[in-house]
Design a protein around this ligand. Structure first.
Ligand SMILES: *Cc1c(COP(=O)(O)O)cnc(C)c1O
Length: 469
């Protein structure tokens, strides 16, 4: 470069020096950049990514209506923790907790239910886990027993947050294997892993890997009998990241929530089927007695007593406005219609995909608006491609449809998953299905196996078997 040109407000964005220089990666730039140029540099960096609406891998909201978006944008500068300045946000959060507690049939009377706002289900699960660990520890100490070796029982279909919880709080994770026969948590197998050191059993409503639901009612029965027999008091936490906003609307008769006596806490993601942009989660306890006092921190902050349950201190307020807006705007009937449509589109895709010769659905029914499928036995044996190749091929049309292996003990099954969220129309589903059919036709016409297929065959040869279902 011959000389340094200083960009001014009249410099054309793409005539500026910044646009021909590498972007900052290690150190803060010495000088300023005009806002237009800075905006373009950051914005342009995002273009190569998947369009959020075509990202069928995520559970997280990628569409909200204009009023919700306006409301949240207007609140972008508000910090939830500043309760003196924004007292109404705290009130709205408490209302959301009450609404969820009632939606999940809390037996708790009184006009404020025990719960907390979180950044997502991860924080919500952590809070629930900590509450059960503290409660267990207190009881053990009172009985003069060893309280140093807590464990938690959950299926291998758990989301990674439970591994984090176990690592960070040093709680032993006892995982009940999922198998081809037992595709969700087996209540008997779970209880067989329990002992006096079990802080809780976690059931999952909307297993991330498969879209299925653990049978919480069966677990409640079997664990209830076990508690009675042993004198233990092991509670159930339901990780309802997806199911918490699906079951009450599409399957209100299913008993998975506080209607079951053993369910002590429930967590969900407001930013999944709660239909709010990320990040928002909720956790609700059956009653205040289950939320240990040590978890409520009262601080005198900016001139007011703030009582908070949470891992983080500051957090955005906009998501809470978005959630409360959704409750008002949609009501029970609106949520039912939106979730029902997502279910219908998921079932439609499930049927069409299951009807293709090369595929086989992992399960016969769709109980949440997501499902997984795998290659049919014939294609598994003789195709020149794998689902990873199909994933890459679909990516070329802009779709993100992930392929992955199922968890331990069924990790030889490669599946592909679609999550249908608000914003996916029948027309979009037809476009996707058309792209899948086109991709399959191309892949089926291959003369030689793809590298991913070769790797698969090598592994099968090594183990001396062909993986079929
Ligand atoms: C998504 C998910 C989580 C983590 O939730 P975030 O909202 O992403 O923090 C935990 N458990 C299950 C079952 C999930 O599906």
């Amino acid at each position: 470069m011959t000389q340094t040109k200083h960009s001014t407000s009249s410099t054309a964005v793409y005539g500026s020096e910044e646009m021909v220089r590498p972007a900052p990666t290690m150190t803060i730039p010495e000088d300023m950049t005009t806002p237009e140029i800075a905006y373009r540099m950051v914005k342009d960096e995002t273009y190569a990514q998947t369009q959020p609406r075509l990202n069928l891998a995520t559970f997280v909201t990628t569409y909200m209506d204009e009023y919700a978006t306006k409301l949240m944008n207007e609140a972008i500068a508000m910090n939830f923790i500043d309760q003196t300045e924004y007292p109404r946000v705290a009130v709205m959060a408490a209302r959301c907790i009450n609404i969820l507690a009632n939606l999940w049939h809390t037996p708790e009377r009184g006009d404020s239910k025990a719960g907390a706002t979180a950044i997502g289900s991860s924080e919500a699960c952590m809070l629930a886990g900590v509450s059960h660990w503290l409660r267990w520890r207190k009881r053990r100490q009172k009985e003069g027993k060893d309280a140093t070796r807590p464990n938690l029982v959950i299926s291998t279909g758990m989301q990674v947050v439970w591994e984090k919880f176990a690592q960070l709080w040093q709680v032993e994770l006892r995982q009940v294997p999922l198998t081809r026969q037992k595709r969700t948590l087996s209540a008997e197998d779970a209880v067989a892993m329990c002992d006096e050191n079990t802080i809780c059993v976690v059931a999952i409503a909307g297993v991330t890997w498969t879209g299925l639901n653990d049978d919480v009612e069966a677990l409640d029965r079997v664990l209830g009998e076990y508690n009675e027999r042993t004198g233990y008091d092991i509670p159930i936490h339901v990780d309802a990241a997806s199911g918490g906003f699906i079951l009450p609307f599409v399957s209100p008769e299913t008993r998975w929530d506080f209607r079951l006596r053993g369910v002590a806490s429930i967590s969900t993601s407001g930013h999944k089927f709660g239909l709010v942009y990320p990040g928002l989660g909720w956790v609700v306890w059956r009653d205040k007695a289950l939320l240990p006092d040590e978890m409520s921190f009262s601080v005198n902050y900016l001139g007011a007593e703030v009582t908070q349950v949470g891992l983080n201190f500051s957090r955005p307020a906009a998501q809470i406005l978005g959630q409360y807006y959704n409750f008002i705007r949609l009501g029970r009937e609106g949520y039912r219609q939106v979730q029902q449509n997502s279910m219908e589109i998921a079932r439609y895709c499930h049927k069409r995909i299951g009807a293709m010769e090369c595929f086989e659905n992992y399960s016969a029914d769709v109980v949440n608006p997501l499902f997984v499928w795998c290659l049919s036995d014939e294609w598994q044996r003789s195709a020149k491609w794998t689902l990873y190749d199909l994933q890459s091929s679909l990516q070329q049309s802009g779709w993100m449809v992930p392929a992955y292996t199922l968890p331990a003990s069924i990790e030889d099954i490669v599946v592909m998953r679609i999550v249908v969220r608000q914003g996916m129309s029948r027309d979009m589903a037809d476009m996707l299905l058309g792209d899948i059919e086109r991709s399959v036709k191309e892949l089926d016409a291959l003369k030689y196996p793809t590298s991913s297929r070769q790797a698969y065959d090598d592994k099968a040869k090594q183990l001396g078997k062909v993986f079929t279902h």
